[in-house]
Design a protein around this ligand. Structure first.
Ligand code: XMP
Length: 516
């Protein structure tokens, strides 16, 4: 394990991901964790992340000097680099020269850490203070215009650091520098492979669940699918999956789950057709928040009924249902202050809040994984690519992509337009360049058109392709005009109710990804 000590910047998760890309397992820990507790995890190396603070600020998070005498290899990045310098007797000063963004550095002496990095290289910097003198015993490896000491190392003691951000893609040779630290200074080995990840997850699930029964809610999305497939591999015949078809899915999604997912994994699937129920509950409702509330409420009821049936059936056969699968991911765990002992923080998030009288213990096989790793596990488990690479899709489904009230006809119109847009995106080979591609039906707006010499009075649809890393911020995707044109032509030709196709060119913020 490599521990990434989080000093409160955005970079810790990125560092942890890059370490894992080097096939070394990493975990994020808060900087408030006592050194003894970090060492108790028996880490192969520790990485101190960047942070927003100046090392001389009153509330600057310090680094316990015991860390540097513990014998565990330690790498400081940005703030972590400066904190290491200060803790070991070097000098950090406010030089008045800041560096933000792309910055050239000169490698004067590559040493072990910068082995293979060319003398002149461009890196990503973000700092005010600078290290002006390295601590005793350290070799200075590089400098920049504003920073006399931009990288240093003492390989004998396993200590090294850089002022820049090697984890950021704009930094040239960033991954190589991280790997020199991991492999050549810390002596880590690249053993964290997909095969091992799956094997370990399967063992953990078996140990937790024993011979008890387990229930899983499948949404058709990547996370719940991969979580279910892992549990299936671990304790197959004890698992029952519930799939609630609320009628708000996109074309082909229900079939994908009912047919392809079951074929690939062999899960015991319990499909609840609740279309009528959701549609009548949504009848005439226009307010987005009200739509969400209704869908959430109905979902819980339907899931609860299904879970009760499964519990009752298992009980009749003398088994007990104790466990519920959740597709919680590592970023959720980190963001809710997690790590160990945080198992219940987001517990009922995905199923929308189960009632107290249905007591389950959660099984969260993805709680240590990032999204890209979840996808890789899905591929490893043989889940169809259509499911593994599916774009995120909101729980309330197409209901919040119809502006106005929701009914069967409108859903059908949107479903057809959405299917065309998705098919053309796939055809253009751009699925993985786009984070999400909502298509929105403006059902309460009419627009005038002319089709075959006749005036029409139809509806516009909005194309909302976005690029994003995590849905917190997003930018509109610059799709090729030819592709947009094909989508527009096909939708207006093939979906009679739609006579206008418009493109949403707003970033998030100020807009959100979804229209409702
Ligand atoms: P916004 O529209 O807020 O969406 O930029 C951010 C991400 O969240 C998804 N989303 C939802 N997911 N239930 C969900 O499970 C919801 O009510 C919901 N609303 C938005 C959205 O698709 C995007 O990925």
């Amino acid at each position: 394990t490599v521990l990434v000590v989080d000093f409160g910047a955005q970079y810790a998760q990125l560092i942890a991901r890059r370490v894992r890309e080097a096939k070394v397992y990493s975990e994020i820990v808060p900087h408030t964790m006592p050194v003894q507790q970090m060492l108790a995890k028996n880490p192969k190396a520790i990485i101190l992340s960047g942070g927003p603070a100046s090392v001389y600020a009153d509330d600057a998070p310090g680094v316990d000097p015991d860390l540097f005498t513990s014998g565990v290899a330690t790498f400081g990045i940005c703030y972590g680099f400066q904190a290491m310098a200060v803790a070991l007797g070097g000098q950090v000063a406010r030089t008045g020269l800041s560096e933000f963004g792309r910055t050239p550095v000169d490698v004067e002496h590559p040493g072990t850490l910068l082995h293979g990095v060319p003398a002149g290289s461009t890196v990503w910097m973000s700092h005010n203070d600078s290290v002006t003198q390295a601590p005793d015993g350290f070799d200075v490896l590089a400098f920049s215009d504003a920073t006399p000491v931009a990288a240093f190392e003492d390989p004998q003691r396993g200590l090294a650091g850089v002022q820049w951000h090697p984890e950021v893609l704009h930094t040239e040779h960033g991954q190589a520098v991280l790997e020199r630290f991991l492999f050549d200074i810390a002596g880590a080995r690249p053993t964290w492979t997909m095969v091992n990840i799956v094997d370990e997850a399967v063992e953990d699930i078996r140990a937790q669940v024993g011979s008890k029964q387990i229930v899983c809610g499948l949404s058709g999305g990547v996370d719940s699918s991969v979580a279910a497939a892992l549990v299936q591999r671990a304790v197959g015949d004890q698992l029952t999956c519930v799939f609630v078809d609320h009628g708000l899915l996109r074309e082909g999604e229900a079939e994908q789950v009912e047919r392809d997912f079951v074929a690939a994994t062999g899960v015991d699937l319990h499909v609840v057709d609740a279309q009528e129920r959701f549609l009548s509950a949504l009848k005439g409702v226009e307010d987005p928040e009200e739509k969400r509330k209704i869908i959430g409420r109905e979902f819980i009821r339907v899931f609860e009924d299904a879970a009760r049936e499964i519990v009752a059936k298992a009980g009749a056969e003398g088994d007990e249902v104790e466990f519920l699968v959740q597709g919680t991911l590592y970023p959720d765990v980190v963001e809710s202050g997690g790590g160990e002992g945080a198992a219940n923080i987001k517990s009922h998030h995905n199923v929308g809040g189960l009632p107290d009288d249905l007591q389950f213990t959660l099984v969260e096989p993805l709680r240590w994984l990032f999204k890209d790793e979840v996808r890789a596990v899905g591929e490893q488990l043989g889940i169809p690519a259509d499911i593994v690479w599916r774009h995120p899709f909101p729980g309330p489904g197409l209901a919040i992509r119809i502006i106005g009230s929701v009914d069967r006809e409108r859903l059908e119109v949107l479903r057809r337009a959405d299917a065309i847009a998705r098919a053309e995106l796939t055809e253009a080979g751009l699925d993985r360049h786009v984070w999400q591609f909502p298509v929105v039906l403006l059902a309460n707006v009419h627009s005038v058109g002319v089709q075959g010499d006749e005036r029409t009075y139809g509806h516009p649809v909005v194309l909302r392709p976005v690029s994003s890393e995590d849905a917190m911020t997003a930018d509109w995707s610059r799709l090729p005009f030819e592709l947009l044109e094909r989508i527009s032509t096909r939708i207006t030709n093939e979906v009679r109710e739609v006579n206008r196709v418009v493109l949403d060119v707003t970033s998030k913020p100020p807009a959100t990804i979804e229209w409702e």
